[in-house]
Write a protein that binds this ligand. Sequence first.
Ligand code: SIN
Ligand code: CO
Length: 392
Amino acid sequence: MSSNTPLQLLGGLSAAEFLRDVWQQKPLLIRGAFPHFQCPLDPDELAGLACEEGVEARLVEEHGAEGPWQVRHGPFDEATFARLPERDWTLLVQAVDHYVPEVAEVLEAFTFLPRWRLDDIMVSYAPPGGSVGPHVDQYDVFLLQGSGQRRWQLGGKVADDTPILDGVDLRILERFEVQAGDDWILEPGDMLYLPPSWAHHGISQSDDCLTLSVGFRAPSADEAITSFADYLGEQLPASKRYADAGMAPPEDPAELDDAAVARMRRLILDTLDDPAQMAQWFGRVMTQPKYVDQLVPTESPTEAEELVAALQEGEDLIRSPGSRFAWRALDDDRATLFADGDGLNCALPLARALATDAPLDKNLLALSGADALLARLLDIGSLGWADDFTEE
Ligand code: SIN
Ligand code: CO
């Protein structure tokens, strides 16, 4: 499909138009983005997930026993849910796409954006009145109404230093004024896109209000600089350091003069300005798994011959839920396959095949170096045998 094809998902805009005029710039309400949407899970299933060890879940009560906007963290148990009031609370479960394949399928609609920008799908359930209060997020999000109704009100773009409520565990805005016209009730299949820093408030209007938040990642300058400097730092020789050969005698030996600052600036900027290293680091950060513990490495290294034999016999490999892949060409033939924070040098067609949704079957073996690469990915837990996943 061309990037100029109008998409129902984007309210009739093409991917190119959406990215040019809306993405990161302004909200967009899309009625019927997913026509006849069948929510892939129900409130009980969401509550069940929130009771599981290792699943990141939060309960927000507007009028909690311990004060307003009380937040509790999972795992929860049935008794927790039995004691909740009839209204004004929200259950939020992170990364539901890692646990429910039908929720992961929703991500297939978002291929008009780089896959490595996607973070996860959070799902929330709220009885009538339930919300997490008016707030802003630092990330782009598509809020897809799964079932029931939610009222969304927007308050415009807010500054970084906008006051938030004191003494609560949520970053709720002290003041929230609905912008004229930005007040809608979303039905199943309707979707609201919000850029970062846009004030919003979503209040459940029904007993079955489930909302899917398709969220994106973007490292902050703070994280990026620290993490890139760490990555690069590990490879720099101790001899690369501040140097001042040929300098003029100081006017005052106690002064830190302009020339000294300029030398240090050059050392830092020249060392950091390394596009090849930056690409290697960037691919690794953007494919870092959300939950490192979810990847299960093999107990012993996989023998390439055994792997080939299993594939020839018709066994399939699958990408582990939550695994993240991306690729970048090194030249016409070779590429780096980024997999869950690792960078693996391999044949370009192989990197592309692994990083897309292509099936991982015996046909891959026609590509040079496939056996060793697949064995390595199995060993680090980025891939698994399809049979092992279905047995669980
Ligand atoms: C919710 O689903 O209740 C909140 C999602 C959000 O506002 O980011
Ligand atoms: Co939000």
